[in-house]
Design a binder for this molecule. Structure first.
Ligand SMILES: [Zn+2]
Length: 126
């Protein structure tokens, strides 16, 4: 069952919405995304670090058969590399010029059903 608010993930969305995105890092520099209590790689304690302002597209795909929340849309979903962490989200503009290596800025997107998730805009479109 889905909680009305996902601890950690919603905190990250709130942060992205106010341009204060962050990720979690352990003393060894392993990056991870909330929600995490300890480093998923070494089990050490985590601290919050500032997310780089832009990431580079690693891969992307157009979702031909969207979930019901996206009925009528064929969202482009991409994975972007921010150095220590990678974020997965929906491209919100510029899908015709998107390519691997494109710089994207993370933000918050809403599905027609009202759920929030990570979205990206092309940095060159800003
Ligand atoms: Zn670690």
């Amino acid at each position: 069952m889905r909680e009305p608010r996902e601890e950690g993930y919603d905190d990250l969305l709130d942060a992205l919405e106010s341009d204060t995105g962050y990720y979690l890092s352990c003393p060894a520099g392993h990056g991870s995304l909330p929600p995490r209590q300890v480093c998923p790689r070494c089990g050490d304690e985590l601290s919050e670090e500032t997310l780089p302002a832009t990431g580079a597209v690693v891969t992307f795909t157009e979702v031909a058969v969207p979930t019901p929340a996206f009925a009528g849309k064929t969202p482009v979903v991409l994975i972007a590399d921010f150095g220590p962490v990678r974020l997965t989200g929906e491209l919100l503009d510029g899908s015709d010029i998107l390519e691997v290596g494109s710089e994207v800025v993370p933000t918050v997107a809403s599905s027609p059903g009202g759920d929030r998730h990570v979205g990206f805009r092309l940095a060159s479109e800003r």
